[in-house]
Design a protein around this ligand. Structure first.
Ligand code: GCU
Length: 374
């Protein structure tokens, strides 16, 4: 069913070639090319967030604080983030554990949680390996989470009911590049980062945005849209995430757009069955993160997400990292199972097992953070 021999021959777009055909050769010329690429992804893949200069106002309120959480190991904060726009308000909550044993300000791992809220239980009555808060706190990092459904319901019929609707006029046809659920989830990550900037216990220059699967797609795009994220963690993000679309291995553009028409912008549907016509591919999404840190994780049984395609995106972003003096990741360097490849500030690992975010994956991501920030 999944056979590497079925991958068609393909030619990837060159991240360093500008739309008018020039070739970027220095870090100084990268920002202009980066802006072009970002626009291409907004127009054809993820849609457009509301402009930062829109008249939205954000407010933060700590609704609960417990300095003796986790048997004294951490301080719990629940932060309510509200956005006012055109006389209406949207609000969502961030749960945060800050290690007490570490002198601040501490780096933060922020999960865009696409599973049930019980996975990020502030009371710790439920402890989930999907968000192993005790483990991350013991490593000296703060850990936070938002619930993606609070930003945009994960449902084709109601996804505009969250923050998207706040910025839209009722009855107006949504343009082909209107933002959709993945972008709204990442937008929530940016608002959480706004809060981090106001909290002296936290280091806003060392925030990792983390996502698994659909959450991983959202995390990558959040890191592209918001350059304040110092580290982006993509766990099993697959199609429309780290995996190269042109490999047509596992989930295809047509499949993801058909089953989940509310994730990407409508413009992405033009490329159903026409991956070769995409003006971008997903290695250029990774390139948008350069020179910042990125970790890509796969699982060997998760062929639907195309582990090799996830690795190759990272490798094919190398020419952009090279502009910043970073060593290339060769396309033939995919590491063995359970043996992370680290070429700072990038990391790739492939774990034994199925589609999931596990404590082993979290261990790999905090290991990278130790190298980057330790
Ligand atoms: C489905 C979907 C994937 C997605 C995954 C998930 O399998 O096809 O694109 O990544 O759900 O979010 O777990």
């Amino acid at each position: 069913m999944y056979d590497e021999a079925d991958v068609p021959p393909y030619t990837l777009p060159d991240p360093l070639r500008t739309l008018d055909g020039r070739r970027v050769t220095s870090a100084r010329d990268w920002p202009a090319r980066r802006a072009e690429l970002l626009e291409l992804f907004r127009t054809h893949v993820y849609g457009r967030r509301p402009a930062a200069a829109s008249h939205a106002r954000h407010r933060f309120r700590v609704v609960e604080e417990d300095p003796a959480a986790m048997d004294g190991a951490a301080t719990l904060k629940r932060v309510r983030i509200s956005t006012d726009h055109n006389g209406r308000t949207h609000a969502f909550e961030v749960v945060l554990f800050v290690p007490n044993a570490v002198a601040g300000p501490v780096p933060v791992f922020l999960l865009l949680n696409n599973r049930g809220p019980e996975n990020t239980d502030p009371t710790r009555a439920t402890i989930s390996p999907f968000w192993p808060a005790e483990q991350v706190v013991a490593r000296g990092y703060a850990i936070a989470a938002l619930q993606v459904r609070d930003l945009a319901p994960d449902d084709p019929d109601t996804f505009t009911d969250g923050v998207i609707g706040l910025f839209e006029r009722e009855g107006r046809t949504r343009p082909a590049d209107a933002w959709a659920a993945l972008s709204a989830w990442g937008w929530g990550g940016s608002r959480a980062l706004d809060y981090v900037e106001t909290d002296d216990a936290l280091d806003a220059t060392r925030v990792a945005v983390v996502g698994h699967s659909r959450g991983g797609k959202a995390a990558l795009w959040a890191g592209a849209e918001d350059e304040r994220f110092a580290l982006v963690v993509s766990n099993d993000s697959g199609a429309g995430g780290a995996a190269l679309s042109r490999r047509i291995f596992g989930e295809t553009v047509a499949e993801v757009n058909t089953t989940f028409p509310h994730w990407f912008c409508r413009g992405f549907q033009r490329f159903n069955g026409a991956e070769d016509e995409l003006p971008v591919d997903q290695h250029e999404l990774i390139a948008l993160l350069a020179p910042r840190a990125v970790a890509v994780g796969s699982a060997d049984e998760d062929l639907w997400a195309d582990p090799r395609g996830e690795f190759l995106s990272l490798a094919h972003a190398s020419p952009v990292y090279a502009l910043f003096g970073r060593e290339p990741i060769p396309t033939d360097a995919m590491p063995a199972l359970d043996d992370p490849l680290r070429v700072l500030p990038r990391q790739y690992h492939i774990r034994r097992g199925g589609h999931d975010l596990t404590t082993q994956d979290w261990g790999c991501y905090t290991d990278l953070a130790d190298r980057l920030w330790g």
